[in-house]
Write a protein that binds this ligand. Structure first.
Ligand SMILES: [Zn+2]
Length: 347
């Protein structure tokens, strides 16, 4: 039996309306999906949140392909309006801080920008379950961002960390540019512990020859890069210790040119050759060595806290997973706040 005329009209309108809404959502989400796959900005913000991607996939699947014609005319305006809303939401989520994202979303609801979604529900989630909000994750320290020249691209960040290290403990590391040794690559810093520098100077005086060094003080940032690359077998790096486990981070190690010529001179002054496994590497094992393993880690924690007062790390110098996570999110060029060393870096 056919439906009464007035009922049919209503039903048709409802279904057309619903169709339009779905089509609009599909378009908006498609756009979002494409954008999600591209790099977010120069500093390396990516939409890689599994929750967000899962959400997009789920909705796209629900929509399917069986949607009919799209209503024209006024609907274009509507569509533009929704695109604008989605763009604003996306921008609100461009942070690694869920509390900040929650604050921004509530603001968008309050000023009436978010209209097509359930504002009340957004408010509830922001207030009670902010951890559900799919914020951006920052992959600051990846080869895509930093390249394979480990150390060079994170120079800005390293200089901020070293500045704090030198302020915390001014005598822990000293520059060796005043002795006849040359650091010929700028992926590490010309810094050593005072006792190690003194012994090196002595060896150089005895051989009366300039020492060419390829690596000296390596920051925890560079070490983490090496470690990350090794896990993904990127940039030809197979094995690398986690930050804090290398003598290059305590100012007690150098990698040099002409290791056969230098070996006996260095060994006579307390430098130990590592052996054929890494023939260019020497460790200082003489007296008056300080244990400064925790210093760069603590310095990074301080730097992070200075820039992220709402997401503070304990300043304990312990390299745990929480610290590693933040170090991975750190901007390679350095944070907005934090002085960069120059003379304190050994330059
Ligand atoms: Zn080495």
């Amino acid at each position: 039996m056919p439906e009464p005329e007035h009922l049919r009209t209503t039903t048709d309108e409802t279904s057309r309306e619903r169709e339009l809404i779905f089509k609009e959502r599909e378009l908006a989400l498609k756009e979002k999906e494409v954008e999600a796959k591209i790099k977010y900005d120069q500093r390396g913000l990516w939409f890689t949140s599994p929750i967000l991607l899962g959400f997009i996939t789920a909705i796209s699947g629900l929509i399917g392909t069986g949607i009919g014609a799209v209503l024209q005319g006024n609907s274009n305006l509507n569509l533009e309006r929704k695109k604008f809303e989605f763009t604003q939401i996306q921008k609100a989520l461009e942070t690694t801080d869920t509390k900040e994202a929650a604050k921004r979303l509530v603001f968008l609801v309050d000023i009436g920008v978010i209209q097509s979604l359930d504002g009340q529900r957004i408010r509830e989630i922001a207030k009670n379950e902010p951890q559900k909000i799919p914020t951006a994750t920052v992959s600051g320290l990846t080869p895509e961002i930093t390249g394979c020249n480990v150390g060079e691209k994170v120079r800005g960040l390293d200089r901020q960390i070293i500045f704090i290290m030198q302020r915390e403990n001014p005598t822990s590391l000293v520059s060796f540019i005043d002795i006849d040794a040359e650091l010929n690559k700028n992926s590490t810093f010309p810094l050593l512990q005072p006792a190690a520098k003194k012994a090196l100077a002595q060896a150089i005086r005895k051989r009366t020859k300039k020492l060419i060094i390829n690596a000296a003080y390596r920051s925890i940032t560079s070490q983490l890069l090496l470690h990350n690359y090794s896990k993904q077998e990127q940039c030809g790096i197979i094995i690398a210790a986690i930050p804090g486990k290398s003598n290059h981070q305590t100012g007690l190690a150098i990698d040099i040119e002409d290791f056969t010529g230098w070996r006996s001179y260095l060994e006579a002054e307390g430098w130990r050759w590592l052996g054929p496994v890494d023939p260019v590497h020497f460790d200082f094992v003489g007296s008056r060595i300080s244990d400064i393993k925790e210093l760069p880690i603590k310095s990074f924690q301080k730097l992070w806290n200075l820039n992220n007062p709402e997401d503070k790390l304990p300043e304990n110098g312990i390299y745990d997973s929480e610290t590693e996570k933040r170090l991975n999110q750190a901007p390679p060029d350095g944070f907005p706040k934090g002085e960069k060393c120059s003379i304190e870096c050994g330059f």
